[in-house]
Design a protein around this ligand. Structure first.
Ligand code: NAD
Length: 501
């Protein structure tokens, strides 16, 4: 951490307002001064974040609703409520989780004490996407503050009203040497990424994730990458298909499918196919009525570009429409759509859908589903609806994914006790609750050995005579298996040396 005491070695400022002029020195000094190591400091700033959210919840949700087109109650449930829960969870456990963790040392290093100390990393950059603009900006920020870091927050340019509001609110709750907001798009983020941060927390696409990781490599800055991908859902006929369908439809069509952990597509066994399709259509009707366009509970697509991309995926999917299929660019509306028998080679089965279109693919059995899943990149989430132990066990052992849920979709994201993160192409690192503290702290090993007696003498050269033989014997491979007599003799001689030392 000593490097952080010097001034920021990032590139010189491109201008008075650009991110290049961002004063990272003051933000870093808060950490190197030791102020943020204090639990009182962390509690105070977590409290400030909580107050910001509670006192301005209505404006924040209005901004999110206007930018992303999501219903306000849905925004509360999936954004502000999640962050307040997260902050309360962090506050309740802060002391326990940040306490030094004593470790026991091998006999050869004693007498000595040791512990692992979680310490702040420094200045954390949080780069957020547009789909949950509030939650995905402030949940990582809560973790960073709990870990004693200062933060630079970069909201998405695709949620402009929210970004402007957060830029206005943050300085009212945080001093400039604790939290700052930088708004803007690709140009501003590119300039930010040229600066040296102590950790970068990025949520977004794999394409931009690669850009972030390359930029971080320049400064050897650690990164958390929360990315996306095609999260599959498996269903067989051992479950109540009505309940399974409702849980899939809810997870898929919340925020109009623009959720990183939404079920991307369903793999259903032949035996369950027809009944599941009927139940999915029934659940869509139950949730959104005869004309989903008029439902106050259905969100919209964020912008025209995303809408056009989704319509193209829909048009090129092949197969048949079970329910939905209607769209309207003017309203950025796409009906909750379920497709059957889509072409496995179609673009909709190659890229992350990230919209309200659910392809259902028929498989012979769970083995075929697992083969399909393991032939692709590791997904962010995997959902399994089966009561059969052998099937559940096969998914648990043979697949990997950021997270997995049996009998549910998406809700694993809402439990602060469960780490959230991807694996491979779906991301690296994890956060929420304790995982945030672990991820955004440096784990420093601290050893404290008294100077007397000098038991380390056995390690000092010259290694001649008995001392050399003892050290060689004690460190030889298979030492533990040697005749007990040799061990006893060696240890007795080491003890003699120590006593004399
Ligand atoms: P995105 O990758 O396009 O943008 C994310 C952020 O990166 C934005 O703040 C943007 O300003 C910045 N950015 C964009 N282009 C850049 C560039 N060339 N250089 C530097 N910065 C750049 O993602 P998005 O469209 O906002 O969000 C959708 C994606 O995010 C989906 O893939 C989704 O699965 C993923 N996602 C993941 C999670 C998760 O928790 N794992 C959560 C939400 C979304």
């Amino acid at each position: 951490m000593t490097a952080t005491t010097t001034s920021d070695p990032g590139p010189s400022s491109p201008g008075p307002l650009g991110p290049g002029s961002l004063d990272l020195v003051a933000l870093r000094h808060t950490v190197t001064s030791g102020a943020s190591a204090d639990l009182g400091w962390r509690r105070a700033h977590l409290g400030a974040l909580r107050r910001l959210l509670v006192e301005h919840e209505a404006e924040l949700l209005d901004a999110v609703a206007a930018d992303v087109g999501k219903p306000r109650l849905e925004a509360r449930l999936t954004e502000s409520y999640v962050i307040v829960e997260e902050i309360d969870h962090l506050l309740a456990h802060l002391e326990e989780w940040t306490a030094p963790r004593p470790v026991s040392l091998p006999l050869t290093l004693r007498p000595a004490r040791a512990h692992v100390q979680l310490q702040p990393k420094g200045v954390v950059l949080v780069v957020a996407p547009w789909n949950y603009p509030l939650q995905l900006l402030l949940t990582p920020a809560a973790g960073a503050l709990a870990a004693g870091n200062t933060v630079v927050l970069k909201p998405s340019e695709h949620a402009p009203r929210f970004a402007a509001l957060v830029e206005q609110l943050v300085p009212q709750y945080f001093p400039a040497d604790v939290a700052k907001v930088v708004t803007g798009g690709v140009e501003e983020t590119t300039a930010l990424l040229e600066r040296r941060f102590d950790h970068i927390f990025f949520t977004g696409s794999g394409r931009v994730g690669r850009i972030v990781m390359r930029a971080a490599a320049e400064h050897l800055t650690p990164v958390t990458l929360e990315l996306g991908g095609k999260s599959p859902t498996f269903v067989d006929d051992s479950v109540d298909l009505g309940v399974a369908a409702r849980r899939i439809v809810w997870g898929k069509f919340t925020n109009a499918g623009q959720t990183c952990v939404a079920p991307d597509h369903v793999l259903v066994t032949r035996a369950a196919r027809d009944r599941l399709l009927a139940e999915l259509a029934a659940a869509v009707h139950e949730f959104f009525g005869d004309d989903p366009r008029r439902s106050p509970d259905l969100g919209r697509i964020v912008d025209g570009r995303q809408h056009a991309r989704l319509v193209e995926l829909l048009d090129g999917a092949g197969g048949s429409v079970v329910t939905g299929g209607q769209h309207d660019a003017g309203e950025r509306y796409i009906a909750p759509t379920v497709l059957a028998d889509v072409d496995p080679g179609a673009p909709i089965m190659q890229e992350e859908i990230f919209g309200p279109i659910l392809p259902v693919i028929t498989v012979a059995d769970h083995q075929q589903a697992i083969e399909q899943i393991t032939s692709r990149e590791h997904p962010l989430a995997l959902y399994v609806f089966s009561e059969r132990e052998d099937v559940r066990d096969a998914f648990a052992r043979r697949t990997t994914s950021g997270g997995m849920a049996f009998g549910a979709t998406v809700i694993q994201f809402g439990a602060p006790q469960l780490p959230v993160g991807g694996v491979g192409a779906s991301g690296t690192g994890a956060y929420h609750g304790r995982a945030s503290l672990e991820e955004l702290s440096h784990h420093r090993s601290v050893l404290d050995k008294p100077l007397g007696p000098d038991t380390l003498r056995v390690l000092y050269p010259p290694f001649e005579g008995l001392k050399g033989r003892v050290v060689a014997a004690a460190t030889a491979p298979g030492w533990a298996g040697r005749p007990a007599a040799l061990v006893r003799e060696g240890m007795a001689k080491v003890r003699g040396l120590v006593r004399r030392g």
